[in-house]
Design a protein around this ligand. Structure first.
Ligand SMILES: Cc1cc2nc3c(=O)[nH]c(=O)nc-3n(C[C@H](O)[C@H](O)[C@H](O)COP(=O)(O)OP(=O)(O)OC[C@H]3O[C@@H](n4cnc5c(N)ncnc54)[C@H](O)[C@@H]3O)c2cc1C
Length: 414
């Protein structure tokens, strides 16, 4: 006979999306079960870059979390992005104009092994969260106005009125009940390697996005890490990989060995562990992300930015919204569709303009000549450079990049 736990809310997956959902629920005085198949600390294939959105969600949760992260040795502060155009010209864009490295940074870089464990440690402090790790959910049945979940180990069954699936890019719940399928033109494949000894990493830990023509509209990245290592990887849209028959790992190693931009920098670099790959479900298309007594959070809801590949911030933001909708369901004792579907509206109200714009930028990046032109001009033109810096804070400015008139003005500007 299996052990049966009854709860109002069960969250599957304790990655950033699931952990933050549970923490927001605890903040609202709501208890939940949070279950993960892994035992933490656990690795997650990622670029390990934590954007301003991560900082902003954590500040809403509890500003002392960012203070703890800021002083923790697991992370380094990052102050901007170095874009490298297909013609190898650089464009260094700080996240903020006239930044001061003594102030609190906008972005961080931390290995996911450490960052996710940092969040799980916050979870462990909360008595309202029943955190169960090392237990994989393998079956779901809709029963008695809720979901009955069965786990692989420990003879455990859970009955929950509301299910929050934050089980990542390979979510089995989203596939079976969320009607989500992998669509190669809205999906990326990415690979990650940890190297020690890469030369010329930026002194203020700017992350490097290198737009080699062979990977467009994807990119090759080098992100500095706290222990002197670097997170190095490539991500590309799956339909393009198939069309061009690209072996991502081989192409990445070829670039490291032979590309004049990388060859010298990697000459003495040592690969610290196997190169690993994982999927990135892109938010370049609106989907139904809730249903009968459930909500999908983070990668399970396909919310990764199609231009930058950033998904941690969106996973957390969707988790924050899922907690707000859960609070509503519980206070009204109503888990019906009319309440739960507000989740879709709220998530897309907050994220769609940005996701949509990023889809358009992903398409523009596919024109190397245009990319080269923007970078060349921005290096010469202070106003344009400042416009791009402001893009990180101001969506209206990013909006300008969508319009052909922006590029026409650019061509004829000094
Ligand atoms: C190569 C690559 C590079 C990336 N780089 C960046 C980057 O630099 N910055 C950025 O912001 N984003 C990046 N992303 C995206 C980012 O990794 C994801 O968007 C983010 O991890 C989503 O968080 P999540 O909580 O939704 O899912 P996850 O972090 O995947 O967590 C899901 C959790 O669910 C658990 N789980 C899964 N199935 C079950 C089950 N059946 N039962 C119990 N538990 C289960 C897993 O063990 C896992 O802990 C990258 C992704 C890839 C692949």
């Amino acid at each position: 006979m299996k052990n049966l736990l009854n709860t109002n809310v069960c969250i599957i997956g304790a990655g950033p999306g699931g952990a933050v959902t549970a923490l927001f629920l605890a903040k609202a005085g709501i208890s939940c079960i949070l279950i993960d198949k892994a035992v933490f600390p656990r690795d997650k294939i990622c670029g390990d870059a934590l954007s301003g959105k991560v900082v902003s969600v954590l500040n809403k949760l509890d500003p002392t979390i960012i203070e703890r992260l800021n002083t923790s040795p697991i992370q380094i502060n990052s102050w901007g992005i170095n874009f490298i155009a297909p013609n190898f010209k650089e464009l260094k864009i700080p996240f903020k104009m006239n930044y001061d490295v003594n102030n609190s940074p906008i972005g961080f870089i931390a290995k996911r092994l450490d960052f996710d464990n940092f969040l799980v440690n916050e979870v462990r402090k909360q008595p309202l969260i029943n955190f169960i790790e090392g237990n994989e959910i393998i079956d779901f049945v809709f029963k008695n106005d809720g979901w009955k979940l069965s786990s692989l180990a420990n003879e455990l069954n859970i009955h929950t009125k509301l299910l929050i699936a934050a089980d990542g890019a390979h979510s089995i719940f989203a596939k079976r009940f969320g009607n989500t399928k992998v669509e190669p033109e809205h999906y990326c494949a990415g690979i990650r390697a940890y190297y020690k000894g890469v030369k010329d990493l930026d002194k203020d830990n700017f992350i490097e996005l290198i737009f080699f023509e062979e990977f467009l509209p994807g990119y090759f990245w080098i992100f500095p890490l706290p222990d002197g290592q670097a997170n190095v990887g490539v991500a590309m849209r799956s339909d393009i990989i198939s069309k061009r028959k690209i072996n991502l790992k081989k192409s990445m190693l070829d670039a490291i060995e032979n590309n004049p931009l990388l060859k010298e920098r990697f000459k003495d670099a040592v690969l610290k562990e196997d190169i690993k790959g994982f999927g990135l479900p892109l938010g370049s298309k609106k989907r139904k992300i809730s249903g009968k007594n459930f909500m999908l959070v983070g990668d399970a809801a396909s919310l990764i930015d199609p231009f930058s590949g950033e998904g941690i911030g969106n996973a957390m933001k969707s988790g924050m919204i899922a907690a707000q909708i859960t609070e509503k369901c519980i206070s009204l004792n109503n888990y019906r569709q009319e309440i739960i579907q507000q989740y879709d509206t709220e998530v897309y109200n907050k994220l769609w303009s940005e996701l949509n714009l990023s889809s358009k930028m992903q398409k523009l990046v596919n024109y190397p000549k245009l990319f080269n032109l923007v970078v060349n001009k921005a290096n010469k033109n202070k106003v344009l450079r400042e416009t791009i810096i402001c893009m990180f804070d101001d969506l209206d400015i990013r909006e300008k990049l969508k319009h052909p008139s922006f590029y026409l003005k650019l061509i004829f500007s000094d």
